[in-house]
Design a protein around this ligand. Structure first.
Ligand code: AMP
Length: 217
């Protein structure tokens, strides 16, 4: 099964992708994570992407599509893929069709997380992750049970994304509205879009996604 999680920054794509990975053994393909890893490693891609990401703008279509193709090639052909943060433009949506086609895969579902943009700034600026295992937390909505200790791995170091500040978030939202939202009608015309209320409780969002996936899983 191959699915896209679509929604603006902070809609909960990463959280829900992680839950699908845990439950179904699928692979999360997050271009944001891949780019952050490239920035950290100082690769040519990372060097090119760093400033663009800090501004909250979009990295070139060619770079992200190449990353996705490489990741799919590194996966077993039977492992399902969850595209998280990709595609983000019409050109990327076209590339994804070609990339999947060339590998004998097809897109089964596009899950749109519908959210109230005003609430997203608070969601995003409060989020942080465990530096050791990557578990996500939030200053208001999901604090570690024991302050300063990760619930999952016991780690004591946490980190925040440099682009999770209010100003950059607004640019990222504008990019979503201008470039990413327009790809939805393409998938709607194919009849593969399932809409989920991304403002609901996280477990309810997960249940709604599972209900959409159930017939094909
Ligand atoms: P994310 O972790 O998905 O919020 O992505 C963080 C940043 O990485 C974005 O604001 C973009 O600068 C860049 N990025 C991630 N995925 C893409 C993509 N599919 N196309 C272009 N830029 C991307």
């Amino acid at each position: 099964m191959n699915i896209i999680l679509l929604g603006p920054p902070g809609a909960g794509k990463g959280t829900q992708a992680q839950r699908l990975v845990d439950k179904h053994g699928m692979r999360q393909l997050s271009t944001g994570d891949m780019l952050r890893a490239a920035v950290k490693a100082g690769t040519p891609t990372g060097l090119e992407a760093k400033a663009v990401m800090e501004r909250g703008e979009l990295v070139s279509d060619a770079i992200v599509s190449a990353l996705i193709g490489d990741e799919l090639d590194a996966m077993g052909p039977d492992m399902g893929a969850i595209f998280d943060g990709y595609p983000r433009t019409e050109a990327q949506a076209e590339s994804l069709d070609a990339i999947l086609d060339a590998r004998g895969r097809k897109l089964d579902h596009v899950i749109e997380l519908e959210v109230n943009e005003d609430a997203l700034v608070e969601r995003i600026t409060g989020r942080f992750t465990c530096a050791t295992c990557g578990k996500g937390y939030h200053d208001t909505f999901e604090k570690p049970k024991a302050e300063g200790t990760c619930d999952k791995c016991g780690g004591h170091e946490f980190k925040r994304r440099p682009d999770d500040n209010a100003e950059t978030v607004r640019t990222r939202m504008a990019e979503y509205r201008a470039k990413t939202a327009p790809i939805l009608p393409v998938y709607e015309a194919r009849g593969i879009v399932g809409k989920v209320d991304g403002m609901a409780d996280m477990d309810e969002v997960t249940a709604a996604i599972e209900a959409i996936l159930a017939p094909s899983s």
